[in-house]
Each structure stands twice: as C-alpha cells, then as structure tokens.
Write a protein that binds this ligand. Structure first.
Ligand code: ADP
Length: 276
C-alpha cells in the first residue's frame, strides 16, 4: 500500500480549465518526490488534492490506501501537511508561537504537548527565539520557515510543499533544501515538493515527475528525467545550468562519463577529467 496515490485524476475548474488530465501518481513512504513543471502546469492544483482541499472532477486520491471522504478528512489532514506557496495564505495568528500552535491545538493535543511541538518545530526551522514576534513583521524567508514549522508541529507523515524556495534569497533557499533533506534523513518523512527550479531539484529529489499542461509526461530519477530532452523541452523547462555547461564541453570533444546535474557531481567529473 502506498502512502499517497492519485488514480486517473482529472480536475476541471468552474471556468472550464482542465488543470489536471488523467494523472496517475504514486508516492512511496520516505521518498522525496518533486513535481516539476512550468507555470500553469497544474502543480498547485495537484497538491491541493493531496489533503482534500480540492475534490477530483473524476478519478481518485488515496491516502494510505483509502480514498478521501468527509469521514476521514481530519485523519487525512493529520497525515498530509500542506505548506502553501505564499506564507501569507497560511499565517494569521498575532504571534509566531500562536501561529505554530494553531495546528497541533486543533488536533486536540494537551497544552504541554503543543508547547513542546512548537518549540521543536521552531528549532528545526531555525526560528527558535522568534516565538513572540509578529509574523507579518518577519522577512519572507522567515515567514516561510514559520509556515513550515506550523505544519511540522502537526507531525505529518507526508509533507507537501508548494514552491518552497520561490522568492527566497540564496541563504533561504539553502536552508529550505537542507531542511527537506534533514526531515527525510532524520525522521523518514515522505516529502512532495512542487517546483519549477531545474537547478535546485537534483539537490533533493529522489524522483522527479514532470507535469505539463495538466498531464504527467514522464518521471524517474533526476538523471533519467534530465536525459529526456524532448520531455524537458515539451514541458517548457531546461537542463540544469551545470548540465548545460558539460553538454557544451561534450560538443567541444571533451569525453564525459556522465552529465553532472549538481555542483558536487560537476566537481567529481572535473577531477576525474583533470586526473586522466
Ligand atoms: P502551477 O501550480 O503549475 O503553476 P496551477 O495548478 O496553479 O499550476 O494552474 C493550472 C491551470 O489551472 C492554469 O491554467 C491556471 O490558470 C488554472 N487555474 C488555477 N487556479 C484556477 C482557478 N481558481 N480558476 C480557474 N483556473 C485556475
């Protein structure tokens, strides 16, 4: 049984926009899956199905093998935590502490447990010490971390993040990428990330699913997906810059073992070439 699954999922908005068209999607426990696609590909629409914010026009979404119904929706929201793209859509309490406490309080947990979870979650996202601050006075990177802490405090098994690095500065981006990996490494958390950032996605994704015009056009490891040039182009995406550089070296006659997708891979490949 998969922790999350979409079968033949189609979603049509009221104005007739077919945002998702017959999408089949499986997430295994403890996997980091990236949903990669250009603007308007349907990423947000897909994520909103994972915790029942949107209901399929046709098809099914299954969480731990059960389709989402009115009866199990609270359980589903305990299992699957969704971090919105814009923290202002998520943060509304007058202080950081109250904001992060909101979710666990609604789960009916005791005051002590809630306090403990708030503390732990703020520590995990590097925002300990900001408990009494007004969320709307924080920077966008800090707000993003508070929004993530609010979901973490509910201890979901699956964390869904909608473009978590959009509008962040380089430090903010690095912090979010590290956090995604840490939550997965240390807690085995299953993580789904919607993104359009081809340079960043190989840094954290075990698997990439490419969405284009509401359809899932291919999926695989970052290496498999980025070797499918037609699919990348069709989806309005491009290769990571690092890969582009090495591809152009290849055209100049440099013999490569692999096309690196990240700085780390590029360093290994360059060292190999230099030592040869
Ligand atoms: P992405 O997250 O990949 O940018 P979205 O899921 O936001 O894509 O959008 C997919 C498609 O659905 C787009 O064509 C978008 O314009 C349309 N869409 C999104 N939200 C709505 C809405 N509330 N009403 C009508 N169309 C929408």
């Amino acid at each position: 049984m998969h922790i999350l699954e979409a079968r033949n999922l189609t979603y049509v908005y009221h104005n007739g926009t077919r945002a998702l068209d017959d999408v089949d999607f499986i997430v295994k426990r403890s996997e980091i899956v990236a949903i990669l696609g250009a603007n308007g590909a349907g990423k947000t629409t897909l994520l909103k199905h994972f915790n029942g914010i949107l209901k399929p026009t046709s098809g099914t979404v299954l969480v731990k093998g059960e389709s989402i119904t009115k009866k199990n929706i609270l359980d589903v929201r305990k299992t699957v935590g969704l971090v919105f793209q814009d923290p202002d859509d998520q943060i509304f309490a007058p202080t950081v502490r109250q904001d992060v406490a909101f979710g666990p309080m609604n789960l009916g947990l005791s005051k002590d447990v809630v306090e403990h979870r708030v503390k732990e979650s703020l520590e995990l996202v590097g925002m300990a010490g900001y408990e009494d601050k007004v969320p709307h006075h924080l920077s966008s990177g800090q707000k993003k971390r508070v929004a993530i802490a609010g979901i973490l405090a509910m201890e979901p098994q699956v964390m869904v993040l909608d473009e978590p690095t959009a509008n962040l500065d380089p430090n903010g981006i690095a912090m979010v990428v590290q956090l995604i990996r840490r939550l997965n490494d240390d807690f085995g958390m299953t993580i789904i990330v919607a993104t359009q950032d081809v340079d960043e996605v190989p840094l954290f994704a075990d698997r990439i699913v490419i969405l284009s015009k509401g359809r899932m056009i291919t999926q695989g490891t970052p290496r498999e997906v980025f070797s499918q040039r037609d699919a990348i182009e069709k989806a309005g995406l491009r290769l990571p810059l690092i890969a582009q550089l090495f591809e152009s070296l290849k055209e100049e006659g440099v013999s490569l073992n692999t096309t690196p997708l990240t700085l780390g891979e590029a360093k290994q490949e360059l060292l190999r070439i230099l030592r040869a």
